[in-house]
Design a protein around this ligand. Structure first.
Ligand code: 5GP
Ligand code: ZN
Length: 115
């Protein structure tokens, strides 16, 4: 946990968030500014800055994040016809909160517009 990190504060319940799903490694919350009918954030309970900072020992924990995403997609009703998982990495990738997270986007048919 990092003292000044927004997502660590959400994990510590210092800032409220709508939790959709939780497992041993991750919490999935609703994004405060959704860009699609379903826009969730899959957040590891461990403070890791981004995918630039992961190490092989974290592989099992990273797998738990994707299992949490799969379960949250079911809870949110977007498992079918489908959804997307994205992680912005660093300022060049558009990352604003420096605590690793995946955006789970769905609830509509998605186009492919990486910009
Ligand atoms: P990034 O740009 O770092 O990939 O994504 C950060 C995301 O966090 C953005 O989509 C933004 O809307 C979301 N966000 C920022 N502050 C809060 C907050 O206080 N609560 C929630 N639920 N989401 C937030
Ligand atoms: Zn953090």
């Amino acid at each position: 946990m990092a003292a000044d990190c927004l997502f660590c504060k959400i994990l510590r319940k210092e800032i409220p968030a709508e939790i959709v799903y939780e497992n041993e490694a991750a919490v999935v919350i609703k994004d405060i500014q959704p860009c699609a009918p379903v826009h969730l954030l899959v957040i590891p309970k461990q403070h890791i800055e981004s995918l630039n900072a992961i190490v092989p020992e974290q592989a099992a924990m990273l797998g738990q994040l994707q299992l949490a995403a799969q379960a949250a997609a079911v809870v949110a009703g977007t498992a079918q016809p489908g959804w997307r998982l994205i992680s912005n990495v660093g300022p060049g990738g558009g990352q604003e909160v420096m605590h690793l997270h995946y955006h789970l986007i769905g609830g509509k048919i998605l186009g492919w517009t990486p910009d």
